[in-house]
Ligand binder design. Sequence first.
Ligand code: C5P
Length: 306
Amino acid sequence: MTAVTVRVPAKVNLQLAVGPAREDGYHDLVNVFHAVSLFDEVTVTPGEPGSGRGPVSLSIDGEIGSRAADVPLDASNLAAKAARLLARETGAGGPVRIHLRKAIPVAGGMAGGSADAAATLVACDTLWGTGVPREELLRLAAELGSDVPFPLVGGTAVGTGRGERLAPVPCRGRFHWVFALAEAGLSTASVFAEYDRLRPDAPRPRLDDDLVAALAAGDARALGAALSNDLERAAFSLRPRLRDVLTTGRRAGALGAIVSGSGPTCAFLAADETAAAEVAAALDGSGRCARTVRAHGDVPGTTVVG
Ligand code: C5P
């Protein structure tokens, strides 16, 4: 086999309930992930032995413009770590080149880095013929980061623990989303730190029954009303202008508006494609975000496409 390409979706959090900080520094979460049709593609090819570039080399292109510079292309990249972890666990592999074709915003609260790591696990497993069982891939993914298991599964799922223990959530129909992307990213760790400062006495997180019912019924209006994100206040605190972005989308008819994960991407749920186009046009015309992208959910997780 000479090359494997894996397509992987971004996520938006429909509910992100955050408990108090744990002793290990992480937070217990109830995190409802929803995979949307905004995809990165990861291609792995065997590297040249003795090329002097180490066992893993990385390159990048895509629709992320100047933000490509924010993606580390050294050993600290989560995709590079994924390849090394799989090689170590299976004893297989060899030098490998990883090419990231990015559409998911960098440091945008849509788990783009986690998506690339999940795709790399699947791509290298296929390239090397290691046939790692799914449960084991999920375990390796969780070792890489709390958001890495979900893109392997896709659809809609609730994550508990650090967010890495997944159970599927039934989701009917198709939901239409608009995402307002920011010029500069936010670090997940700093948003959680700000959350701890603002909310030292956070209660235990609980799954929202109304949200689950809205998803099962395919009811966009009810889903819009049920969207919630405990990290939103912390994201506003670090980036006050995000409030204006949400207001702009709501005034343009969005059924729900929320910061995605730790932000700064803002997500808007629309009734249908026409409404989504109106919300996107209002956001693009407002000058309050760098640009918008439209997507639908949910969609499947990592898929080998070539
Ligand atoms: O797991 P991951 O490395 O993606 O998490 C990035 C950062 O987000 C962590 O270092 C931590 O600061 C924060 N985090 C958290 N609680 C979680 C998940 C992430 O505090 N459940």
